[in-house]
Structures are given as structure tokens and as C-alpha cells.
Unconditional design. Structure first.
Length: 173
């Protein structure tokens, strides 16, 4: 049975690094990188808020088709607030997907996340920009709960799962 996993964490917290491993195990990964590459040739500065309905429609189509093909889906976005998470949880429930998971990444200070973003891929923006983004995301961050509709919540730390076991994600060897 197909599943959905929402990665919950700040920018540059390790979500995309984990996704590289998950993709190699067959999961379908959805993130802003996919959208920007598909629609804007990889140029992040071409992202246009007016096109958000197009971005969401594309994402929804990919998710539902992946499930129809029996594939697991991983949402590689910050997913720090319940409203964002509810969009994916509701979509899963509407498609009778019952395996709905969250993997939570540790939160550091906004400047740490901004510096990590700058070190890995600034996407053409400066440290001040990424610090503002990280502060904005920190302000709306709420830890996910089972009451949101998750069937399981796991915790990730420096490439090693902690809290509940995450063997379902990947072989950590």
C-alpha cells in the first residue's frame, strides 16, 4: 500500500539529503526544486506567487499518479505549520492512503539554518534573505501531532533516526 511522508524541518536541516537516499529506494520525492526545474529551468528567482495554483496542480497530479502506481511519496518541504501539513493529509485521506507519516528534523536558530543554506546552495540569494526566510518559518513552526491525522511521527537527527524507529524509511547501513 502506498504511503506519504511529510518531512518537517527548517531550510537546510537535512531533508533533501535524506530524500536522495529515499529516492534511490523508489520513493517519489516532491519539493520546490522539482517544480522550479520543471517550470523555470532551475532558476529560483523565476518563482512567481501568481503561479501557485499551477504549482499546486502539478504537485497534486504527481502525488495522485504516484499513489495510483503504488509508489510511496515523500514531501520534501518545510511542512512546519499544521495548515501546510493538512493539505497533504487531506489529499492522502481522499485517496484512501492510510499510511501517513511525519519525520521531524531538529530546529536550530534561524541564522544556523541560513548559514547552512548558504554553504550548500544559496540559489542566488544572500545570507540576509535566507535569515529572513528562516525567521519567518520559525515563527510559524508547530510540532506535528497524531491528532492532525498522522499514523506515525518519527524524529531524525544528524542522519540517525531517534525517538521511534525509522527502519521503514531506509536501511541506515
Amino acid at each position: 500500500m502506498a504511503s506519504i511522508t511529510l518531512l518537517v524541518g527548517q531550510i537546510a536541516s537535512g531533508k533533501s539529503t535524506l530524500c536522495k537516499k529515499l529516492a534511490s529506494s523508489g520513493s517519489i520525492i516532491l519539493n520546490d526544486d522539482n517544480t522550479v526545474t520543471a517550470l523555470h529551468g532551475g532558476d529560483y528567482k523565476l518563482y512567481d506567487k501568481k503561479l501557485k495554483p499551477l504549482y499546486k496542480a502539478m504537485e497534486t497530479t504527481v502525488i495522485t499518479m504516484a499513489w495510483a502506481l503504488g509508489k510511496d511519496v515523500v514531501i520534501d518541504r518545510t511542512c512546519l505549520d499544521p495548515i501546510t501539513r493538512q493539505r497533504y493529509i487531506s489529499l492522502a485521506k481522499s485517496m484512501d492512503i492510510t499510511d501517513i507519516r511525519a519525520t521531524v528534523f531538529p530546529l536550530c536558530s534561524p541564522i544556523v539554518h541560513a548559514q547552512r543554506r548558504m554553504a550548500s546552495d544559496s540559489r542566488g540569494y544572500d545570507l540576509e534573505y535566507w535569515t529572513k526566510v528562516a525567521k519567518f518559518l520559525e515563527a510559524k513552526a508547530v510540532q506535528p501531532g497524531l491528532d492532525e491525522g498522522f499514523t506515525e511521527i518519527n524524529y531524525w537527527h544528524h542522519g540517525i533516526g531517534y525517538g521511534r524507529r525509522i527502519d521503514w524509511l531506509l536501511d541506515l547501513d
